[in-house]
Design a protein around this ligand. Structure first.
Ligand SMILES: CC(C)(COP(=O)(O)OP(=O)(O)OC[C@H]1O[C@@H](n2cnc3c(N)ncnc32)[C@H](O)[C@@H]1OP(=O)(O)O)[C@@H](O)C(=O)NCCC(=O)NCCS
Length: 163
């Protein structure tokens, strides 16, 4: 499958929002169960664009089918670090899109001065964990029962890569 990885731009906001909403509504992978309102997502993306935060999207035939971003920590002693979030639409997974998004985003993060990127992943999300392992993330801890989905608790695994 042909896909393109590009830095997010204004024209991708609606597609990005729809992709986040679709993956969130699967109720298995993301901390949110639906996307925030479109205007909130738009403000968030525009803030990232203004600040130059790493945020890439994957396009297939012009449609946003995946995203990956690193959002910097707010406090000044931790601002060299960021939190990574990503997703690929069901139907487009397992085709190398996630790995390519990750490569582009980490490269940008590194170039713009991040020295730490972290994330949490639900303990049973084996595909995501495999991708993070391959991308050089190390397990730093386990947040026990940190997530509650449909009445069931899950541990979250904390992983990070340092440059
Ligand atoms: C996790 C996710 C972003 C990975 O993206 P992807 O495009 O599916 O991944 P890729 O095709 O690039 O595969 C990357 C690696 O993941 C692993 N992987 C892929 N498919 C897999 C599967 N079915 N089972 C286990 N591992 C798998 C492999 O190690 C693969 O590397 P390889 O192809 O060199 O062997 C994507 O599957 C997704 O969006 N899942 C739902 C949302 C989500 O989990 N987001 C992250 C929350 S922390």
């Amino acid at each position: 499958m042909e896909f393109q990885i590009v830095p997010i731009a204004e024209e991708h906001i609606a597609g990005f929002h729809a992709a986040v909403d679709s993956v969130a509504r699967e109720r298995r992978y993301l901390a949110m169960l639906q996307a925030p309102p479109l205007e909130e997502s738009a403000d968030w993306v525009r803030g990232n664009l203004r600040k130059g935060n790493p945020q890439f999207v994957a396009l297939v035939g012009g449609q946003v089918v995946g995203w990956c971003d690193v959002f910097p920590e707010k406090r000044e002693t931790m601002a060299h670090g960021g939190v990574l979030g990503m997703g690929v639409l069901e139907g487009y997974r397992g085709k190398g899109i996630g790995a390519s998004l990750m490569r582009a985003t980490l490269e940008h993060a590194r170039k713009t001065g991040f020295t730490r990127v972290e994330l949490t992943v639900r303990e049973d999300n084996l595909r995501a964990k495999a991708l993070y392992d391959k991308a050089g993330f190390a397990v730093e801890g386990r947040k026990r029962k940190a997530a509650l989905f449909d009445g069931r608790h899950y541990d979250l695994i904390l992983m990070a890569r340092v440059f």
